[in-house]
Design a protein around this ligand. Structure first.
Ligand SMILES: C[S@@+](CC[C@H](N)C(=O)[O-])C[C@H]1O[C@@H](n2cnc3c(N)ncnc32)[C@H](O)[C@@H]1O
Length: 324
């Protein structure tokens, strides 16, 4: 299984460096994939144990075998990080978590396996589920969504300016049965001049449908909410995002934890401005870290990566009210 599951961990050096100053203890790799980041961390930090999660059973199996040499320092469990709190309760050995990593999106192993239906490069059934136990597949999205709903998904998650034309063409061609059919419909719906430039014309539409099938943005919002509850004082949360909507959500969430509320939302005439929420965390990356040109040359899939990190502040005791 391990040989079949190939995925180069993105920005592994930067991830490990950001986790070096953190106190030892239990860390969670929320998207363990092939176990690349976890292995790098466990090698660098003998005082760390890792709980790895993944929604994909193939990834769980691959990570278990990759991390077997670390013995009981690594535990890998099947499940989604949107329920992080529950997994930490079950497998976290009652400890506060000192590091959390989310490496979002799909793995190369998922993209490169034709039968998973993630890629326009192969012909396969329209599946795209990371978790093969879930019922919603790309077939339902492509053949079952109303045209307007489909167009909204392609426009929002794919950031595709021809979303309406593409959605119309898909609806006209129903039933669409395979990735190849879908890729051809999208290609034909896009103006010829645009088709000749840039990456494959179906890339954005496939990405959008994948994000819808796997509820990637809502899950990220839930996973971030759960993280701030399970991370211990001085612990760090790191997120590697590959999509601008995800990166924006991470940036805004970390900003909220750090107490950077947008002051413009407070009405100017309010006599007493509402108290600022007490910061829970400190942002370590005002601007996201990007992969080096060497890394992108060696692994083009790293190109869009943006790494952000935040550190949970030590608990501040409540200041008692002063009684006059
Ligand atoms: C980019 S890969 C991670 C690769 C990994 N860091 C490595 O070094 O091999 C993303 C992984 O996250 C998983 N995933 C995506 N959404 C998830 C979620 N909500 N909960 C758990 N795993 C998720 C995918 O199945 C995929 O295996």
């Amino acid at each position: 299984m391990e040989e079949e599951f190939s995925h180069l961990p993105v920005m592994a050096r930067e991830v490990v460096e950001l986790l070096l100053p953190v106190p030892g203890g239990m860390f969670v790799d929320c998207t363990v994939g092939g176990g690349g980041h976890s292995a790098a961390l466990l090698d660098a930090r003998p005082d760390v144990r890792v709980l790895g999660l993944d929604r994909d059973v193939d990834a769980v199996e691959a990570a278990r075998s990759r991390l077997a040499r670390f013995g009981d320092r690594a535990t890998v469990v099947h499940g989604g990080f949107e329920r992080l709190g529950m997994f930490v309760e079950r497998h976290g050995e009652g400890e506060k978590i000192m590091g959390i990593l989310m490496d979002l999106g799909v793995s190369s192993a998922q993209l490169d396996r034709p039968e998973r239906g993630f890629s326009f490069r192969f012909d396969a059934p329209l599946d795209m589920r990371m978790d093969s136990k879930q019922s919603l597949t790309a077939t339902e999205v492509v053949n079952g969504y109303e045209e307007a709903q489909l167009s909204a998904v392609i426009s929002q998650y794919g950031e595709e300016r021809f979303a309406r034309r593409i959605a119309r063409a898909i609806v006209a061609a129903r039933p669409v049965r395979s990735t190849r059919e879908l890729a051809d419909i999208v290609r034909d719906a896009i103006p010829a001049a645009t088709r000749r430039r840039g990456p494959h014309p179906a890339r954005r539409t496939f990405q959008a449908i994948r994000m819808e099938v796997n509820r990637e943005l809502p899950n990220l919002a839930d996973g971030l909410d759960e993280s701030v509850h399970v991370i211990g004082p001085s612990g760090r949360v790191l997120v590697l995002a590959y999509h601008s909507l995800e990166d924006r959500m991470v940036k805004e969430t970390f900003g909220r934890w750090a107490g950077d509320e947008d002051d413009r939302r407070v009405p100017a005439k309010m006599p007493v401005p509402p108290p600022k929420p007490r910061p829970l965390a400190r942002v370590l990356t005002r601007r996201p870290l990007r992969p080096s040109t060497d890394e992108v040359a060696a692994n083009p899939r790293a190109e869009s990566a943006r790494l952000r990190a935040v550190e949970r502040l030590a608990e501040i005791p409540d200041i008692p009210d002063i009684v006059a």
